[in-house]
Design a protein around this ligand. Structure first.
Ligand code: MCN
Length: 792
């Protein structure tokens, strides 16, 4: 019997190469290329009055210097608004190079191309830009006050505004026996992949075509955007992502200014050009996320059931808004988690600030939303003197209520409908795993010893696997090797492994025979990309559908050759055989010969193999039926109705030092439900990676801007990320409630681990300390000051 690969904890086949230094990242390419560097704004908000390059022109090795005025028409235009939305009241995107004005420190003003990067940097230093400094708007609170404006046309600094809900939340709250209000604050942070962005472009003058390599999550998006900006036919642009050292949302199709400028310069100069982002550039000119002020008003009954919930969010989207409202839409809809408030109203304002733009960072607005909801659940429990887990359970949507339609609109513009999930079962598992019910005694014992120990749990639901589509192509070679390609781009999610697992099962071939290519538009041109936890759902389903097509074709062709009905055939270990009569069989590679007229005609050995396999009865003519495509290959797409909703619950036990206020994580437990798991080992790795970023976001990482809009901690010396020593061991348990929305029952898993961490740690620290935490992240010194404040 062939071993079933779907669901098996197969080692990632990518790892050996990456762990032994075999990775090939953007900066490993194009050593002979010209290098680009940028003069970037030192001011958060200013007019650009003059650019003087006189002192730079005699530097040896300088090739070109460009300002906005030098750019051709399409490259001059504003960068695209990627996701339009009716709530956008004043959408502004940036320019590839500043057009008379800069709106954050780090915005590119001048592009320099030189023989080497160090020369380009030297030239950049000699270029004198004269600015007229304008008052900056730094932080979401300042944006809301709107004493100054980022863009004149955005009154009140509002880029987008939306109200939605169901029922009459105001009336439900007013009539409720208990009412609470909470003000909550999440600070700005960022995903900080170890490899920054980068792009390398080669113009082929003979072919009039462009080859691009980009450290991106969306090769097809970069290709389409560059072709449009440069006025090139799509067929003349190809984009490949080499190994990508982390993306986490910051490398989603923008296109980034550099992704347009580098190919443009390569074409103009007819020479290869490369740009690799350095660490400081990444901090000040890529993207951040998370900052949001939130006000909650909630009305509830004596059992803690939420009767009405009114939430207001002020989201900081930075200087421009190319991603529309993905992040605040996620916050405002996904904060509902596994709960069903009687009535709900949410209103958000997405605000301009003179800081780096926002892209959806792993979790994409959900960590902030979950922070609001889970803090609310804790506040209700504490107010009523009830168990925090019981209050959550009292508000759960029940499994028999699935699919559950909130009557709200989700980020994909489609209704917010949960497809499946069993929240009470997840909670039972989590409570058992962490020992929730017996913890009271443990806490009391610890307190008697002068130790401060606290426990918490936090729940979330995450829309994953959004459309509109993703495709896959499966091709069986005459050797029996199976090539799979998809437009998906990988940054460490193990796509080469899981897609091979899926295809191996669907086709009935050994896993080792299946080879997967991702992130290369030459191999697969239609794709949306890797984000929103959609890879396994979307490309997994697409390659499964493509493999099913190939299998059906193989059975038809082999059936003819073996004189058997296709329904009587099976494929086992790469061999098509008659069920119950394994002697009548034919390897898939041989079937591939039969589907390839020229191979059949000219390759005697291959033809003989088909005839041998068919017991000497091989056809005189290759059986490619009229109208049938040659080749044992197939392509298919998955286009789901709407997102599928994964969910999870995390619990943590923390201890805070009574003197130093150091916060230590004693236990971290996860119960996770991402539908059917293709590879549980990878899912656990993804959850662990997410938890690591969650720990960072809750306890260490923040973007520290001063009042003038300078980012003070734009280096790894100053931006504190957790090391392996700070990330606790994670104890994981799973529940699998399959999704009815795709052929494999899969839901996404790539972002989940990060989502509840801020809420969880706030709650656990609160439990240990006895006072309310309403702002995250929290450091030991802040905890120390909070203690002093609450003691006073
Ligand atoms: N998986 C599975 N079974 C499931 C769900 C997932 O086996 N039911 C496995 C698959 O190997 C899948 C992986 O888990 O590829 C991640 O799952 P999925 O939710 O499909 O996420 P994507 O493949 O679409 O990856 C994107 C996701 C996102 S949105 C961010 S942000 C993120 C993440 O992946 N960025 C990452 N994980 C990352 N991991 C690494 N190493 N680097 C990043 O930049």
């Amino acid at each position: 019997m062939t071993t079933r690969m779907f669901g098996a904890p197969v080692q990632r086949r990518e790892d050996a190469r990456l762990l032994t230094g075999g990775g090939r990242y953007l900066d490993d390419l194009g050593h002979d290329a010209l290098a680009a560097a940028f003069v970037r704004s030192p001011h958060a908000h200013a007019r650009v009055l003059d650019v003087d390059v006189t002192d730079a022109l005699d530097v040896e090795g300088l090739v070109a210097v460009y300002t906005w005025e030098d750019l051709p028409e399409r490259v001059r235009d504003p960068l695209p608004l990627l996701i339009p939305h009716p709530s956008l009241v004043a959408p502004r995107t940036g320019y590839a190079l500043a057009r008379g004005e800069v709106n954050h420190v780090g915005e590119p003003v001048v592009m320099v191309v030189a023989t080497d990067r160090y020369v380009a940097e030297d030239v950049a230093e000699r270029i004198a830009v004269t600015y007229e400094v304008l008052p900056p708007v730094v932080g979401v609170a300042a944006a809301r006050e709107a004493v100054h404006l980022v863009h004149e046309e955005a009154a009140g600094n509002v880029g987008a505004h939306l109200v939605q809900g169901y029922g009459d939340a105001g009336a439900a709250i007013d009539a409720a026996p208990h009412v609470l209000e909470l003000d909550l604050d999440v600070e700005r942070s960022a995903c900080v992949p170890l490899e920054g962005k980068g792009v390398y472009a080669v113009w082929d003058t003979d072919e009039q075509s462009l080859r691009l390599w980009s450290s991106t999550q969306t090769t097809t998006g970069v290709r389409a955007a560059v072709a449009a900006k440069l006025g090139l036919p799509l067929a003349k642009v190809e984009c490949t992502a080499p190994d990508v050292g982390g993306g986490f949302g910051v490398k989603i199709m923008h296109p980034w200014p550099e992704e347009v400028l580098v190919p443009w310069a390569a074409r103009l100069l007819e020479r290869p050009v490369k740009w690799t982002e350095d660490r400081r550039e990444h901090f000040v000119s890529s993207a951040h996320e998370r900052q949001q002020l939130q006000h909650v008003r909630v009305g509830f009954d004596d059992e803690g059931r939420v009767l009405g919930l009114d939430v207001r969010l002020w989201h900081d989207h930075g200087a421009y808004i190319p991603y529309g409202v993905i992040v605040p839409i996620n916050s405002s809809t996904q904060l509902l988690g596994p709960y069903k408030p009687g009535a709900y109203r949410v209103e958000f304002w997405s605000l301009y600030t003179n800081t780096v733009i926002v892209t959806p960072y792993r979790g994409a607005g959900r960590p902030q939303g979950v922070f609001a909801m889970e803090r609310t659940m804790d506040a209700i429990a504490d107010h009523l003197g009830l168990d925090r887990a019981d209050v959550r359970a009292a508000n759960f949507i029940q499994p028999e209520e699935m699919p559950y339609d909130f009557g709200l609109t989700f980020q994909d513009g489609r209704p917010l409908v949960y497809d499946s999930g069993d929240f009470p079962a997840s909670l039972r598992k989590l409570k058992d795993l962490v020992g929730w019910d017996g913890f009271e005694e443990q806490r009391a014992r610890a307190r008697a010893e002068g130790r401060r120990v606290g426990i918490a749990l936090a729940c979330y639901v995450e829309g994953t696997g959004p459309g509109p589509y993703e495709g896959g192509h499966v091709h069986v070679e005459t050797s029996g090797r199976v090539n799979v390609s998809t437009g998906l781009t990988s940054q460490g999610q193990g796509h080469q492994t899981i897609l091979a697992q899926i295809v191996a099962d669907e086709l009935g071939v050994p896993f080792e025979d299946v080879h997967v290519t991702t992130g290369d538009t030459r191999r697969f041109g239609y794709s949306v990309g890797t984000f929103a936890s959609r890879g396994a759902v979307m490309s997994g389903s697409a390659v499964a559908l493509a493999a099913r097509r190939v299998r059906a074709k193989a059975l038809r062709i082999a059936g003819d050759a073996l004189e058997a009905d296709p329904g009587d055939l099976e494929v086992v270990d790469g061999v098509v055989r008659v069920k119950g009569n394994p002697g009548a069989s034919m390897p898939l590679g041989t079937v591939a010969v039969l589907s390839n007229p020229l191979r059949y005609a000219f390759d005697d050995t291959a033809r003989a193999a088909t005839q041998f396999a068919a017991g000497g009865r091989g056809p005189d003519e290759p059986p490619v039926a009229p109208g049938e495509e040659p080749g044992l290959e197939g392509r298919d797409y998955h286009s789901p109705l709407r997102s599928t909703f994964a969910n999870g619950m995390h619990a943590a036990v923390v201890e805070t030092d009574p003197e130093t206020a150091e916060i230590r994580v004693l236990r971290y437990c996860v119960v996770h439900d991402c539908g059917t798991m293709v590879n549980p080992m990878i899912v656990e790795g993804q959850i662990l990676g997410g938890v690591a970023q969650g720990v960072g976001g809750a306890l260490y990482e923040r973007m520290h801007y001063d009042e003038s809009g300078q980012l003070l901690n734009a280096s790894f010396m100053d931006f504190l990320m957790p090391y392996a020593t700070e990330v606790p061991p994670v104890e994981t348990d799973h529940l699998e409630t399959p999704s009815p929305l795709n052929p494999l029952g899969i839901k996404g898993a790539g972002e989940a681990g990060v989502i509840p961490a801020a809420a969880l740690f706030a709650s656990a620290i609160e439990d240990a300390e006895g006072f309310r935490i309403s702002r995250m992240p929290i450091s030991p010194s802040e905890l120390f000051h909070l203690r002093e404040r609450f003691a006073a």
